[in-house]
Design a protein. Structure first.
Lengths: 300, 297
């Protein structure tokens, strides 16, 4: 055979190799999904979602875990979204190119690569010990907030960068101030892409286990954080409380980890069922984020 | 144009507020370094740096206490090595395929699917490693332990394929069209263009991606905590249980370790070691990417 024909054959071979390499990961994903669903699907029931943990696997459930996840995610969102967007706006729209800006940028790039468990140690030493917030919801929420902050900042910046400068110039030329331009022109134009980043960040936070273990989140919680609104029979009838943010908590991934580490078969099945709930939430969020992004690939 | 005094004040205030948001990142970095260093200094008052770096046993929770980081380091490097062995060949082959062979349409479907692979929580991968991969390995390799570095490393490798693939593909994508067209004009085939032109031209970007993947594997926690075991073994044998730096932090955190004790300080020393390792790798990767952008922008 000539050299040319060999090249053609090699070309074909690589096409197969490359395609298989690409699909290998996806095949593993499929195996993972099938494995988890066959193990845990039968365990999913109303009882499972509305029960506290128990020493008997067939009576145990994920109530404390999913309610805890909702509480922690709420805190993370309240903390990280405003600061992340604010920081992104500053760096993209306001910051001058100087040494301080450069330093902040290097910091953020570096923080994005810090292992998540180190954020847990930070949360343990600063929020739990120094600020005496102990193992409360707020400690967990802020720890995860710091963890996802770089993701939100970077995606906000990217979204803002995609807005053409002609929009800014037009707004400024009509006499709008810098903030008015950002608030009423640039931000609305970038909003869809910022949302994508926020959803991806929150979905990452929902699945995080290690930092919450490091701050000392408990694995056995047979109660819920204090409800923010409660009704009583005497005046003032409706009570508001922030106590829930200081209450101890557990979250879905920690509950799953706790069950995986036990030898009994019943708990492993519970773990699989918990994973299904966790996967449905995170994959759904990822899918929404990707959908919004594909929809909004607007060319200006 | 003159702005009214109050508007001017408001504008300045907003800028300050936004700046303070950005400064939180700087405080976070300083916070991490301060926390890790201050607790580690307490640790090194009891244990010399020399014995920390050379002692071959790590037994802080036993009566006969040894504080040598080597067993944890070897566990970490072993699982990382296995993961890289999986992720780099597959990730790079997939990147070459996506950047040089796949049609834009196929790429638009495959890339989001890969992102989903990267979005699966690590505790799920841990479950998969322990209850799916390990039983298969037990059939293939008789004598393998129920907890082992191999299973954790393999699954971790699959987890970081999308990262290697996507970052390397970005690097290959940035190679100027002119270089490729030149090679095609001289009669090269796709494979030749891919490996003799695109790959070398994107090498610094690809290296950056691989280094970042190593850093990610070193810091990964839940997969190794679940599937690799909890025994600090100074070994290169992937078939026995090992303990990584991260898995040790998890083990101590699950217990109730009182503040101020040396056990409490050990997790911060481990954190510091982990932080230094990943920080150095991240900086190298960052510099390589910077360099690479300058060449082609």
């Amino acid at each position: 055979m000539t050299k040319n024909q060999w090249s053609k054959i090699n070309d074909r071979i690589f096409q197969v190799v490359g395609l298989s390499a690409t699909f290998f990961g996806l095949a593993v994903l499929a195996a993972l999904l099938i494995d988890v669903f066959t193990d845990g699907f039968g365990r999913l029931s109303w009882q499972f979602i509305t029960s506290y943990p128990s020493r008997k696997p067939e009576q145990a459930g994920i109530l404390a875990a999913w309610v805890g996840t909702v509480w922690v995610m709420l805190t993370t969102a309240l903390f990280a979204i405003p600061i992340g967007i604010g920081s992104g706006i500053y760096l993209e729209e306001y910051a001058r190119k100087n040494r301080m800006t450069n330093f902040i940028e290097i910091n953020i790039a570096n923080l994005a690569g810090v292992p998540s468990i180190i954020y847990g140690l930070l949360g343990l030493a600063i929020f739990a010990r120094a600020m005496k917030l102990d193992r409360g919801v707020i400690t967990g929420g802020m720890t995860l907030g710091l963890l996802v902050l770089p993701i939100i900042i970077l995606s906000t910046r990217e979204a803002l960068r995609a807005v053409p400068s002609s929009i800014r110039e037009a707004s400024l030329a009509l006499g709008a101030t810098k903030w008015q331009t950002v608030r009423y022109q640039v931000l609305p134009a970038a909003l869809a892409n910022i949302m994508t980043g926020i959803i991806l960040a929150m979905s990452r936070a929902i699945g995080e286990t290690a930092p919450l273990i490091a701050i000392g989140a408990l694995t056995y919680i047979p109660f819920l954080p204090t409800s923010p609104v409660s009704v009583s029979k005497s005046a003032p009838f409706v009570n508001f409380s922030l106590q829930g943010f200081l209450d101890p908590f557990t979250v879905l991934p920690i509950q799953v980890f706790n069950w995986v580490s036990r030898p009994q078969k019943g708990f492993l099945i519970n773990a699989a069922a918990g994973i299904i709930v966790l996967l449905v939430i995170t994959l759904f969020m990822n899918a929404i984020a990707i959908y919004i992004r594909q929809k909004n690939q607007k060319r200006w | 144009m003159k702005l009214a005094g109050s508007t001017k004040f408001k504008e300045k205030l907003i800028e300050r507020l936004l700046l303070s948001c950005s400064l939180l990142s700087v405080f976070t970095t300083f916070g991490i370094i301060w926390v890790l260093l201050s607790e580690s200094i307490g640790f090194f008052k009891h244990v010399s740096i020399f014995s920390f770096l050379t002692d071959t046993q790590w037994t802080p929770l036993f009566t006969d206490k040894h504080y040598g980081i080597l067993p944890l380091l070897s566990g970490t490097l072993l699982t990382t090595f296995i993961a890289i062995l999986v992720a780099v060949p597959l990730g790079l082959a997939s990147a070459v395929y996506l950047s040089e062979y796949a049609s834009p349409k196929a790429r638009n479907i495959i890339k989001p699917l890969m992102e989903i692979l990267a979005g699966v929580p690590t505790v799920v991968y841990g479950y998969f490693a322990l209850l799916f991969v390990t039983p298969i390995l037990k059939v293939l390799i008789p004598g393998i332990s129920g907890f082992n570095a191999l299973s954790a490393g393999l699954v971790m490798g699959v987890m970081i394929i999308p990262m290697v693939s996507s970052l390397s593909e970005d690097a290959m994508h940035a190679v100027p069209m002119g270089l490729k067209e030149g090679a095609y004009a001289l009669g090269s085939h796709k494979l030749q263009v891919a490996f003799r032109i695109v790959f070398p031209a994107a090498l610094s970007g690809i290296t950056a991606a691989v280094i970042l993947a190593v850093s990610r594997a070193i810091g990964e926690t839940m997969i190794v905590a679940i599937a690799a075991g909890q025994q600090p073994n100074l070994t290169a044998n992937p078939l026995v249980p090992v303990m990584t730096i991260t898995a040790y932090i998890v083990q101590v955190s699950l217990g109730d370790t009182p503040h101020g004790t040396i056990e409490y300080q050990t997790i911060f020393v481990c954190g510091l070691t982990l932080f230094l390792l990943t920080f150095i790798l991240n900086v190298i990767s960052f510099k390589l990417r910077k360099h690479f952008q300058e060449v082609y922008d």
